[in-house]
Design a protein around this ligand. Sequence first.
Ligand code: PHE
Length: 347
Amino acid sequence: MEEKLQAILEAASKEAVELNARPDFEAFKARLVGPHGSLTDCVKSVGKLPKEERPLAGKAVNQIKKALEALFTETLQRIETAEMQALLGPAVDPSLPSAHFPAGTRHPLSQVRDAISEIFRKIGFTIAEGSELESEWYCFDALNTPDDHPARDEQDTLFLPEGLVMGNVDKKADERYVMRTHTSPVQIRTLLKEEPPLRIVAPGRAFRRDTVDATHSANFHQIEGLYVEKDCNVTDLKAVLDYFLQELFGSEVQTRLRPSFFPFTEPSFELDMKLPNLGKLSDQWIEVMGCGMVDPEVFKSVGYDPEAWSGYAFGMGIERLAMLLYGVDDIRYFYQNDLRFLRQFTS
Ligand code: PHE
């Protein structure tokens, strides 16, 4: 039996190198391991041997079977490579690595969003999420924004008709749905969901009824920040925002807080920055975000004791920061999917 098996393998090895076409290969394989193949016959004959001879014979058959399988794989690969080469012609070597195929890249706004989030992540802020579709309470009331505030005007805000909305945004019967006009409702969602102390940033989309021009888009992006602690004050706010802008724009950045007004912060500020190397905008104060100390009314609306808790909040436009970082002078470039623009942000 052993000799017979060796002879099968030797003959097969010799024959294999002569094979050059797939049909010949298939026929060759069938002559060995097909239903009436020579190896198949050997396998069958093992069963007819006396019981004590079977293990040894079985082992020998298996060894040859393995060797034949390796031979099949190798032969088929050789035939396939030759066929491919015949198709491609002599100029192409299919064994070489493929030519460089350009991979895509993240959109510049995503890159800036991630860079900003990462700076805050380093000092312990986590990422929070809210909802782009909000009820009036989350977007305005809970943020101490009265009914007659201009932001609630139909001129500025996209209100949605009742029948259009499916799903389950919390809303009381007498409220309307809005596309959030800022990311500040994430403050409310976070305050309700988590236990203080809190340290979050919330990047996301916001929507306003703006007419699109070089600096306005009806659909833009913001990053909200919220910090809630015991005994927190304006110095903490300023320190964190100074650190943030230095990380993003470099150590030469100067900052100042300018008094402002937001219904949900008291006191409220605009944060301005100045840089020596910002092209046309060098050496002048540029407004980069709104911020302030969380208004006690906001704490009250989410059931926090304003005597026990304090905090600060800030909100900035991602497009605006991206335009300053990269010297882009028209916000519309970000949405046109023009590869000549986008390719400049390939990292
Ligand atoms: N939500 C404000 C805006 O969109 C920005 C802001 C956020 C101001 C947080 C203060 C605190 O203009």
